[in-house]
Ligand binder design. Sequence first.
Ligand code: BGC
Length: 366
Amino acid sequence: MGSEDTLKAIAAFCGQQDPHLIDIEDVGQAANNQVRCRTVVLGICGTDRDILASGSPWVPEGEDHLVLGHECLAQVEEVGKEVTGFEEGDWVVPLVRRAKGNGAGRPDLLPPGQYLERGIYGAHGFACSHFNDAPEFLLHVPEAILDIAVLSEPVSITEKAVREATQLARARLPDVRKYQPRVLVTGQGPIAMAAVLTVRSRGWECVMLGREGPEEPRALLAADLGADYQPLSDWVQEHHEYNSAAETRGFDLILECTGSERVMVNVALWLRALGTMVWVGAPWVPEKTSLPVGAMMRDAILRNQLFLGTVNSASTDFEAAFETLYWFVGQGISTERLITERTTLEKSLPLYMMRPKNGIKSVVTF
Ligand code: BGC
């Protein structure tokens, strides 16, 4: 393929809220220290929609648009002369975040401004048929999970959330082997479902709270994964009085995946002593109204609780995601119940604007 060739890509433009299908210059042959990859499956996620809705994507310096796409399964097409450990045909998943300077092995822990994220923050993403990348940002994918490997990135997010919570809990427990938390997952979107996978693959007890009825597809999927699906309205109560039932009926770990500050504050009263709540989702544009957080503060003090924000994921979390997806494959549940829509790049634009009702993960296949 000559360098004058063009590729189709999905991009977000400054000052516009709708996605655009554009022609971009082909990324060209792999440089000596790079790998040329062919995108095979690309996930569409809430962050893509948030970036578009904001009308102000974080474009690469000097450009007016950002090529979207950060959840990707790809195949190696060409390997630069100096690259070892990769061969043409290998299946890979790219990491999203890269340190601008020295990330000391954990770019996922850097503060904003000190990193780039492909498809999100200052660097073009994978929503096009080909991309080049450095080998240190590509992870080999086990063949057994290929059907579902596009979910590696979103599952790595909940793997990190649980890993961080586990490390902190173990630091405080007298017997570290006993960390078998009873877990609450709030929400029903792709990250909430990823959270259920992460929790159930460890064999932990899991309650999922959602707005839909128990016979809707997403609730049924949660139940088939071994989660106890319950209506959100039964648990989200005004957080005011000290809730003495939390120790018996409550949770050691809450994975808050709705991104709703109201749900977060009002579900916190079910956190047990020494419990941890991880904020996995957040409102892109926070509410300006104030919420009654005094009771949450009082209970957090009385019960020695942790409230923890996590973002992005390390390569170790991608490796953990591969294991979790391998567990899913072993459950014999159809992949299509998680990957609920498939489309082509040309037809994908509406899915960048809205998640279909009852949908979990929409993907583009190339
Ligand atoms: C991605 C993360 C990223 C975060 C914030 C999420 O959608 O999964 O990898 O760090 O957005 O940019």
